[in-house]
Design a protein around this ligand. Sequence first.
Ligand code: SF4
Length: 347
Amino acid sequence: MRQELLGWYDRNKRDLPWRHTSDPYSIWVSEIMLQQTRVAVVIERWKAFLERFPTVQDLAKAEEQDVLALWSGLGYYRRARMLHKAAQSVVAELDGKMPLKADELRKLPGIGSYTAAAIASIAHGEAVAVVDGNVERVLSRIRGWESHDSVGDAAVRRKVEEFATGLVDPRRAGDFNQAIMELGATVCTPRSPQCLTCPWAKECRTLGEHKTPKRAAMTSREIACALVVRDGDAGTEVLLEQRAVTNTVMPGLWELPAIAVNVMANLEERLTVRHAIMQVNYVVRVCALPSEGLREKPDGVRRWVVAEEASAMALTGLARKVLTRAGLIQTAGRNGPRLLIRVGSGN
Ligand code: SF4
């Protein structure tokens, strides 16, 4: 099975930038970004992050707001905060040297078994198995083990971990782990496994007939926000608000002022943006209005920001999307439609 998988990987692997390095810090950043974010989105963001923070020391001494700004659009900001914290702990407590072994890596903030195994095997060749959702799906299908709920089943998970530990190739542990994840991402996909091209078809007991647990249903929600701009001395300015640092969701990030959907009925809608977070599809109505149309914000900071400078701030993914669509900022690698919205003369 090792030979079949590694042979297939050597012929079919995607050319991803983090596959050209054995630097544990760069691999660590890629693994954290890839959790819950698509490969296509991560590629440019990983390059930009490493350009700005090329070493663990650079990341450790950065301001948190700068780290969050570079993370903007990737979502799940806790990952960025933990990465930053862990980099500070590597510098302060380990003399700037990342641990070599998975067991040691796991002691760092935000590094669980999966990430520790991925870094240790890819950067140092340690023969530890990674088990993520892709690996669990592939190995469960091979053995015909079924989970009974959408988040998996502890008994199946244990069997998969044992199976994966026995399978990992000690001579090419990093490649083996990447190969099995690649197989899950590109061939043994959740809804339509391509069994005819699968290197493990001979070993597979289910060949595409495995029951895949249903995904939790997405719900839809309508929200509205205000795009308030004015002409400033240094160019167009936009009004942004900072979420309270005590907020459990996206603390400290900058966003557009929210407005109640019923108030919006009396305003002119200028843009509609769709934005998915977790299991919710948001339909966001964006209204342009003058700043006196907004209520006071007693519990947070509200600030006029030169639009061109806003892209370097720690914006929420939604704020970045709206400002990009409105033509007020540019986001690298994205060429969405540009639409410049102006509201009267501003104030
Ligand atoms: S044969 Fe099909 S179901 Fe089995 S592991 Fe390969 S792709 Fe998945």
